[in-house]
Design a protein around this ligand. Structure first.
Ligand code: HDD
Length: 712
């Protein structure tokens, strides 16, 4: 019998991942029993039978029909046929990482939650970032909200903080969530567009639902096209309660503050990246962790004493409102570091199941009607997504705390429960497992005994009635470039809306109530008549601007982990490259040498210089900045190279830092790129310092008007 490939049955070292990713995470140690390493192992069926031929179906003769009795082929194909599970209804595209959380000090006055008491305690976490609208295979850089979900594996059980990178939400009541999601998802007749909100059903819904105005202006801002997942803030959005050992409750709003600073892509760059590197964000996160550039966030809370619940110009229970940091600053509690990539995307990132209802003693909910509905939805959705109620037994979801209950059976039950009593109270198994009184040491969970006296009604609180004053606060808190981006985003999105009455309604009934100038600019771009002042009688907030909302105030100030391209060709001055690389490395940035092809180039002194990639393979959108070193022959070659010229023009258009040795000035002249705050020319330390300072500024905003004239 002929075989295509010899089956040796011996260990296959090839393809073994030898990367040491550091296994310092206690949660990972608890996952160890579930990991499977096939190194040195024979290929077997799921029933453990060794396979001698994995190339050919069992047939009647080498040219004859296949036999039904081939249990090896049938098992393999059957398993394959069922490899996919339903993707998440929303937030289907995501990427995850392991890490840890550590509190800075004991926060016992605020909460009794164990993971917020001892700075020596390391709490494992698993984080999943996501986009909302697109399916699993959609682009990373589309205009969308980003999910920011964190599972804390605390010793008292799992705590899930299931938030977004924006501090408010589209709707006030969970009963509207299916309507909102149906509107934003691709249109039902042709499933277009994938990953974005620039279509009729979305704008139809939001223009009819003014409570969405605040969140929609956030999604039209640069926050909806983050530079990286590492450069995003995270928000718990709803008001929660923290409760201390004495039973004292405070309202809190959770925040994640990235150590990397907050910054975004520019729109043209985001669109190009969606095609050139669909995986831009997940690749950046993965590579940063592999390189040891561990992303870090601080967890903070805005604390509102219970007696101050009604002190604000908006209702703390309304999830379309944020609490300006100028009114209540964020108190930092501790830090989260992401330091390990998953071993297997499906087993970990796809199967992780978050739920805002997963809380631990010391944390409790507020009556925010959006949060209350979420408490039901997440567990419910996992039952169909993960195939039954035992999803808590999937390794990535298992708490590190013990979990014993009377819950039994159902699909895919893994635990082999001993004993006979699956009920409580019982006298057969000694009464175990037993309740733990809340007052005991490490007591059981107890809900905050809030007193409520009210009628049972279906109605929206009048205190939720103002939909525009915070959207206005947001717009007025933006810098000039950020405001221009918002105007451009509304114009782009509404420009894709086919029905004129929807465009007009958004402009006249929503935007005009936020800011008349904003509405007029968008109307002009859409060719609509100039809008009249808004008719809704909305009082403006006393606070006129919140600087904490503008990303221009949230940069890290350094260039750690930034990526710089160095464009080279034959004849390049190797010393100039070395000097730049050293200066960048000293600041924690990364440089990549890009040649006309992936082949090494010859330096001016005749040596061979390996390149990291070709400029075509790693386009300018993959970098934060670009440098052209000297060497007249190299510069001359680049001047005749369309890819290199486009690379520089595009970096300029995207307002990135550009640096060039004096030799390379003719190349910049050819492209009519003049020196500015972000474009520096020279060969000395001073020039390199100016280049580094320009990268730290992230973009050269003053260049934006001029850059618009550059072809996209
Ligand atoms: Fe949700 C997933 C965040 C309102 C129902 N949501 C999901 C994820 C995030 C959020 C980050 C992905 C979690 C992961 O990575 O697996 N959702 C939010 C935020 C909201 C919000 C910040 C408002 C403040 N969500 C919301 C409402 C409902 C849902 C009002 C339903 C009433 N969300 C779901 C869901 C998902 C989900 C259908 C889809 C997959 C999943 O839960 O596990 O249950």
């Amino acid at each position: 019998m002929k075989k295509n490939k010899p089956v040796t049955g011996q260990s296959q070292a090839a393809g073994t991942d030898t990367l040491d990713r550091g296994n310092t995470n206690p949660k990972l140690d608890s996952l160890e029993q579930f990991r499977s390493d096939a190194t040195g192992q024979a290929l077997r069926t799921n029933q453990g039978v060794k396979v001698s031929d994995n190339q050919n179906t069992l047939k009647v003769g080498s040219r004859g029909p296949s036999l039904l009795e081939d249990f090896i082929m049938r098992e393999k194909i059957t398993h394959f046929d069922h490899e996919r599970i339903p993707e998440r209804i929303v937030h289907a595209r995501g990427t995850g990482a392991h890490g840890y959380f550590q509190t800075y000090e004991a926060h016992s006055a605020l909460t009794k939650a164990g993971f917020l008491q001892d700075p020596a305690k390391v709490t494992p976490v698993f984080v999943r970032f996501s986009t909302v609208q697109g399916p699993r295979g959609s682009g990373d850089t589309v205009r969308d909200v980003r999910g920011f979900a964190v599972k804390f594996f605390t010793e008292e059980g799992n705590f899930d903080l299931v938030g977004n990178n924006m501090p408010v939400f589209f709707i006030q009541d969970a009963i509207k969530f299916p309507d909102f999601v149906h509107a934003v998802k691709p249109e039902p007749h042709n499933e277009i567009p994938t990953g974005g909100s620039a279509h009729d059903t979305f704008w139809d819904f939001v223009s009819l639902v003014p409570e969405s105005a605040h969140m929609v202006i956030w999604t039209m801002s640069d926050r909806a096209i983050p530079k990286s997942l590492r450069a995003m803030e995270g928000f718990g959005i709803h008001t929660f309660r923290l409760i201390n050992a004495e039973g004292k409750s405070s309202f809190v709003k959770f925040h994640w503050k990235p150590k990397q600073g907050v910054c975004s892509l520019v729109w043209d760059e985001a669109q190009k990246l969606a095609g050139k590197d669909t995986d831009f964000h997940r690749r950046d996160l993965w590579e940063s962790i592999e390189m040891g550039d561990y992303p870090e966030w601080e967890l903070g809370v805005q604390i509102i004493p219970e007696e101050d619940e009604h002190k604000f110009e908006f209702d703390l229970l309304d999830p379309t409102k944020l609490l300006p940091e100028e009114l209540v600053p964020v108190t930092v509690l501790g830090k989260m570091v992401l330091n390990r990539n998953p071993d297997n995307y499906f087993a970990e990132t796809e199967q992780v199941a978050f739920c805002p209802g997963h809380i631990v003693p010391g944390i409790d909910f507020s009556n925010d009607p959006l949060l209350q509905g979420r408490l039901f939805s997440y567990t419910d959705t996992q039952i169909s997504r993960l195939g039954g109620p035992n999803f808590h037994e999937i390794p990535i979801n298992r708490p590190i705390a013990p979990n014993h209950s009377g819950q039994r059976d159902a699909q895919h039950r893994v635990t082999i429960d001993k004993g006979r009593a699956s009920y409580e109270p019982n006298s057969i198994d000694g009464g175990w497992p037993k309740e733990t009184p809340a007052a005991a040491q490490d007591g059981g969970f107890e809900s905050y005994p809030e007193r409520i006296e009210a009628h049972k009604v279906r109605e929206r609180s009048p205190s939720f009635g103002d939909h525009f004053s915070q959207a206005r606060l947001f717009f007025h808190s933006m810098s000039k470039p950020e405001q221009e981006h918002i105007i451009a985003a509304y114009s782009f999105e509404l420009g894709k809306v086919e029905r004129e009455h929807i465009r007009a309604r958004q402009v006249n009934e929503i935007l005009a109530n936020i800011d008349l100038d904003l509405a007029a600019r968008v109307a002009a771009n859409l060719g609509l008549p100039a809008p009249k002042a808004g008719t809704v009688d909305t009082k403006s907030m006393t606070l006129k601007a919140s600087p904490a909302l503008s990303q221009l105030n949230l940069l890290s100030g350094d260039i750690k982990t930034r990526k710089v391209a160095i464009l080279v060709a034959d004849g390049v001055d190797a010393k100039a490259i070395d000097a730049l690389k050293a200066a960048l490395a000293a600041e924690g940035a990364h440089a990549k040498v890009l040649g006309p092809t992936s082949a090494p180039v010859k330096t001016a002194d005749g040596k061979s210089l390996p390149v990291d990639a070709s400029a075509e393979g790693l386009p300018s959108v993959a970098f934060d900045a670009v440098w052209v070193p000297g060497g007249k022959a190299s510069v001359q070659a680049l001047s005749g190279n369309g890819v290199a010229l486009h690379f520089l023009l595009e970096a300029y258009k995207h307002l990135k830092a550009i640096g060039a040795s004096t030799d390379a000035k003719p190349l910049l002249d050819k492209l009519h790129l003049d020196a500015d705050a972000g474009l520096v020319i020279g060969d000395d330390d001073k020039t390199r310092k100016a280049f580094i300072a320009a990268i730290a500024k992230h973009r050269t905003w003053d260049r934006e008007a001029k850059a618009k004239a550059i072809p996209a």
